[in-house]
Design a protein around this ligand. Structure first.
Ligand SMILES: [Zn+2]
Length: 284
C-alpha cells in the first residue's frame, strides 16, 4: 500500500513529463479500475493541457486548462511507467525511463503527451482508481485536514485539533480530518520520534508534545520522500517503473527487536484493528 511519501515520490517522477504538457491521447484499456471511469473522461482529457500536477493526502491531482481535475489513487499496486522515445539510459542517467513495457495485460490507462511520451498506468490488483472533478463538482477534499508538510500543520494547530479528544493519539493521527494522508507506518514512527505513547489520549497531548509531534511527522515524511527519490532511481534502472520502496524504520515492523535508543524490546499492540509498534520505555 503506497503511503504519502511514495505517492509524493511518484508525483515528483511524473511532474517533469506531465506539467504544462498537452495530452494528445488518453487510452483506457478497460471500462474501470476499482470504480468505473467517469463518462467522457477521455474526451475531457484529450487535447487538454495539464497545468499542474499536485498531491493531496494520498492522491495525485492533475489540473487541466479545462478546469478539470483528474484525481488518481494508486490503490495497492498501481504504478506508472514513463516511456520516452527520445531518452535512453545513457543520455538521461537516473531518469524514470525504459524501453519496454512490463506485464502489458495490466496496463490499464495510457496518457500520451505532445512530446510523444507515454505515461502508462499499470495495476495488477486494480484497487487504484481515477476520478474526474469539474468546477461544479463538490470538492472531494473539503473535509480533509491540512497537509502534514504544509505550514498549516504545526504544534499549535495540533494542540487545537486534539483538544478534548478522548481517542488515543494513534487513532487521532490516522483521522484524515485532523491531518491528511498519514498512514499507519508513519504515525508509529512519528510517535516514537516524539516520545509520545500511542495509547496517550489525544486530548492529553499537551502543547510541548504537540510541537514535538508536528516536527516528528514532518521529519519522518521528509526523510522517506528523500529516500524514495534515491531508491526509485535505482529501481527505475531495473525495470522502469515508478513503484514502491522499502525503508528502514525505528519501530514499524520491529516487534521484539531492540529499540534504537534504549535497547528495550519494541512492542506491538492492536489499536482500532491496526498494529501499533512502539517502545514502552521511550514513549510516554
Ligand atoms: Zn526505547
Amino acid at each position: 500500500m503506497p503511503e504519502l511519501p511514495e505517492v509524493e515520490t511518484v508525483r515528483r517522477g511524473l511532474a517533469p513529463y506531465l506539467e504544462n504538457r498537452l495530452l494528445t491521447e488518453v487510452r483506457l484499456n478497460r471500462p474501470d479500475l476499482r470504480f468505473p471511469f467517469a463518462p467522457g473522461m477521455t474526451d475531457r482529457l484529450n487535447g487538454a493541457r495539464i497545468l499542474r500536477l499536485t498531491r493531496r493526502a494520498k492522491y495525485i491531482l492533475a489540473e487541466t486548462d479545462r478546469d478539470d481535475r483528474l484525481v488518481i489513487h494508486l490503490g495497492m499496486s498501481g504504478r506508472f511507467t514513463i516511456i520516452d522515445p527520445k531518452q535512453t539510459a545513457e543520455n538521461a542517467p537516473g531518469m524514470f525511463v525504459h524501453a519496454q513495457e512490463t506485464r502489458p495485460q495490466h496496463d490499464h490507462v495510457v496518457f500520451r503527451t505532445e512530446d510523444g511520451v507515454e505515461i502508462v498506468y499499470n495495476d495488477p490488483r486494480r484497487f487504484g482508481y481515477m476520478l474526474m472533478y469539474g468546477p461544479k463538482d463538490e470538492d472531494p477534499f473539503r473535509d480533509v485536514g491540512p497537509e502534514p508538510l504544509s505550514n498549516e500543520f504545526s504544534g499549535p494547530y495540533l494542540a487545537h485539533a486534539l483538544k478534548g479528544r478522548k481517542m488515543p493519539i494513534k487513532a487521532a493521527l490516522l483521522d484524515q480530518r485532523i491531518v491528511a494522508g498519514l498512514g499507519n507506518i508513519y504515525v508509529c514512527e512519528a510517535l516514537f520520534r516524539s516520545g509520545i505513547s500511542p495509547r496517550r489520549l489525544a486530548g492529553n497531548v499537551g502543547a510541548k508534545r504537540c510541537e514535538r509531534l508536528a516536527v516528528a511527522v514532518r521529519d519522518v515524511l521528509s526523510a522517506a520522500i528523500e529516500a524514495g527519490g534515491s531508491t526509485l532511481r535505482d529501481y527505475a534502472h531495473a525495470d522502469g517503473g515508478l513503484g514502491y520502496f522499502q525503508h528502514s524504520f525505528d519501530v514499524y515492523g520491529r516487534e521484539t527487536k531492540p529499540c534504537h535508543t534504549c535497547s528495550a524490546a519494541i512492542q506491538r499492540i492492536v489499536q482500532s484493528g491496526r498494529s501499533t509498534f512502539f517502545c514502552a520505555n521511550c514513549q510516554s
